[in-house]
Design a protein. Structure first.
Length: 303
């Protein structure tokens, strides 16, 4: 007579083991990300502070508009204008925070000699550099997007409260703001421009951060400036300057939406952006910068 077997199927053993192995391999990276957020609180405090200041200014503005509506015939400006301005200011502030963070991330641990402690941990140089790069191109932009959307929602609620009983249609305010469409457009802009298009800039700053003996800002700015000046003097051309300018100003508009693309949701079509050669050349250069930064961190000690 055969007795039932209590053996556990092989698939039930293999998959948990694979999951544990995957988690153990990504755990140092996740803890490295947490470390960056704990150590660099400006990553989230500065955008939040900027959003609070811009919201306060917006509140003063709509109160003044409400007073003018009471006294004289006042034509409401386009409702989307203050929201676009606030988004540009918050995201621009976060961009400056990201640039400063990338320039100081590796230099700071050498300056305060904490690199000796971090190197004593079982975390590779590749994990350390990639975690800082991820913070710059993913976490900071996405956090700025979240702050922007919450700020715009608060601005809409404040507008609705202030304009109640003034003759201004609150429903029209919400309709003109096109909250969902703007959210998708901002998300696309954050992923493409602030993330992928600026990747070589952040990678260059991380390379300077790990390699500069002193004054990393000077080391970050002077080499491109010298190269552009040398090209102008030697060949009377400005190709290097045009590359740096286009990289800082963002992707060319035809790469983002196409020359004849309509506005609105058509901007979410990624074909034009991902077919831009400059994007892939920039990502390749970023990979080279990161590889050199990992190599330098392996041998760099405290300042």
């Amino acid at each position: 007579m055969n007795t039932p077997s209590n053996a556990i199927p092989e698939s039930q053993v293999v998959w948990p083991a694979m999951a544990r192995a995957m988690f153990s391999s990504t755990r140092p990276f996740l803890w490295s990300l947490r470390r960056e957020l704990w150590e660099y609180r400006a990553i989230y405090l500065v955008p939040l502070g900027a959003a609070a200041v811009f919201t306060f200014g917006f509140l003063i503005n709509i109160i003044n508009v409400r007073r003018k509506i009471r006294t004289v015939a006042w034509q409401m400006p386009h409702a989307s204008t203050p929201y676009e301005i606030s988004a540009a200011l918050i995201m621009g502030t976060a961009l400056l925070v990201g640039l400063y963070y990338a320039l100081d991330a590796l230099y700071g641990e050498r300056r305060d000699r904490s690199i000796l402690f971090w190197k004593s941990l079982p975390v590779s140089d590749l994990t350390a550099v990639l975690s800082k790069f991820t913070v710059a191109i993913v976490i900071v932009p996405l956090f700025s997007l979240a702050v922007t959307m919450v700020t715009q929602l608060i601005m809409l609620l404040l507008s609705s409260i202030v304009f109640l009983g003034s003759g201004v249609s609150v429903g029209e305010l919400w309709a003109q703001s096109s909250f969902l469409r703007i959210s998708l457009t901002y998300f696309y802009h954050i992923i493409t421009v602030h993330g992928l298009w600026y990747a070589p800039i952040y990678a260059w700053l991380l390379l300077v951060s790990v390699g500069a003996p002193r004054a990393p800002l000077i080391w970050a700015v002077v080499p491109p400036f010298v190269i552009c000046g040398l090209e102008k003097i030697a060949f009377n051309t400005t190709y290097c300057f045009a590359i740096v300018r286009d990289r800082f100003l963002g992707s060319p508009e035809h790469a983002m939406v196409g020359k004849n693309a309509p506005k609105g949701l058509a901007q979410l079509i990624p074909h034009h952006f991902f077919s831009e050669p400059g994007l892939w050349i920039g990502l390749g250069i970023a990979a080279v910068f990161l590889a050199v930064a990992v190599r330098l961190r392996r041998y760099r000690g405290p300042i």
